[in-house]
Design a binder for this molecule. Structure first.
Ligand SMILES: *Cc1c(COP(=O)(O)O)cnc(C)c1O
Length: 395
């Protein structure tokens, strides 16, 4: 076995340098803790970027995956498979929507949602110049369609030309959306709680206002719940905090809790726009990942995950608010449930690095936000441990 340093040197020779990684080689996980290859223990408030909701090494989850490996891993979508049929029913129930298309990632869920919105509009008027309104400071993924609706010029610049027909409004500013609506608009796309952009929850006025604009103009409302969905904010999906039902919802990250799977989910009348030949994927919805999805929903119910989010996040919020009071370098807290951000006026990268040195994983969001997206099973004791390390670092 190599030392961590040797592993990292090897990685820098072999992997495309698309990331500046933290100086840790992870080896295994257990509960809300991760261990590096030297055996050092870390409290995990990042969850692999809001993915590992159930904590690591959950026996029931692991057993379900092992069982499916021995049975059948892949079929292609030329055939039906039982785990996908079971998982789709659970996704429908949880979202309140009607039809599911499984993808391999979040960005592909967004691609599918864009295609579905365009096809729905095309079926109505036969035109091919439809527009989508997306939000500034949004994040929807790195493939070209998803990048085109990501309101971050820095991510886009070198990869132009992007897909056309995209306009950007200000999140939580209804007038800025209204100003962009015209007869070509086919969809309004938003994250119910903006994640990468800096943890901004949508206001009720905005989210419900967008729904109203969509209803009045036969425009589709697309909620990207890839980060804020799957229980993270205390409801199964963040839009369920508001009096709305989107036409299309995108899900990924915690959907499979670590296996690569996403989905776009739509209302019946919208889903009906897609017919055989319009869209496809070789891996998407294979029995292996769908066995994970299905088990994730079972465990959410059995272990009352939402109850823990609603209870323990109140404690997390109160403790983070104390940090805001106590430290001049922390200006504010924003967030919902287990999706929280602290706004810093010191370089957030340095704080993250120091936390890691001290055995705590947190990540950044936007330019100056320290992001907390822990596994949804954390306890008050875990919050106390995190706060202890954070205080030490901020001091
Ligand atoms: C992470 C994320 C994506 C992209 O998902 P990938 O699986 O990385 O492609 C899209 N939208 C939101 C809101 C995200 O947080």
């Amino acid at each position: 076995m190599m030392t961590q340093k040797e592993y990292m040197e090897q990685a820098e020779l072999d992997l495309l340098h698309a990331y500046n990684r933290f100086k840790v080689v992870l080896d295994k996980g257990d509960g809300v803790y991760l261990y590096d290859t030297d055996g050092k223990k870390y409290l995990d408030f990042a969850a692999g970027i809001a993915v590992f909701a159930l904590g690591y090494n959950n026996k029931e989850y692991n057993d379900a995956l092992k069982g499916q490996i021995d049975k059948l891993i892949h079929t292609s979508n030329l055939f039906y498979n039982v785990p996908a049929i079971e998982a789709a029913k659970k996704v429908k129930n949880a979202t309140g929507l009607d039809r599911v298309f499984f993808t391999n990632s979040g960005t592909e869920a967004i691609e599918g949602a864009i295609k579905l919105a365009r096809k729905y509009a095309y079926n109505k008027d036969g035109k091919t110049d439809h527009e989508i309104i997306a939000m500034n400071h949004s994040f929807h993924g790195r493939s070209l369609g998803a990048l085109s609706v990501t309101g971050n010029p820095h991510y886009q610049e070198a990869f132009k030309p992007l897909i056309g027909g995209i306009k950007f409004a200000e999140f939580n500013d209804l007038e800025s959306v209204k100003a962009l609506v015209n007869e070509k608009t086919c969809a309004i796309l938003l994250e119910t709680v903006q994640g990468e952009g800096g943890i901004y929850p949508g206001t009720a006025e905005f989210i419900e206002g967008v729904r109203k604009i969509c209803d009045e103009n036969d425009i589709l409302m697309i909620c990207d719940e890839i980060q804020c969905g799957m229980g993270r904010t205390g409801k199964m999906f963040a839009y369920q905090h508001y009096n709305v039902l989107p036409d299309i919802v995108t899900v990924a990250k915690a959907l499979g809790c670590g296996v690569p799977v996403g989905a776009f989910v739509a209302k019946e009348n919208v889903a009906a726009a897609m017919v055989p030949g319009d869209h496809g994927t070789t891996y998407g919805g294979n029995p292996f990942v769908c066995a994970a999805v299905s088990k994730v929903f079972d465990i959410f119910e059995k272990e009352n995950i939402l109850e823990n989010v609603n209870k323990t996040s109140l404690y997390l919020e109160a403790e983070l608010d104390k940090i805001v009071e106590e430290f001049d370098c922390v200006e504010a807290r924003r967030g919902k449930g287990f999706m929280q951000g602290l706004v810093l006026n010191v370089p957030v990268g340095e704080v993250v690095a120091k936390c890691i040195e001290n055995g705590l994983f947190v990540i950044s969001a936007g330019k100056n936000v320290l992001r907390f997206v822990p596994p949804l099973v954390i306890t008050q004791e875990n919050v106390d441990e995190m706060i202890g390390i954070l205080k030490k670092v901020l001091n």
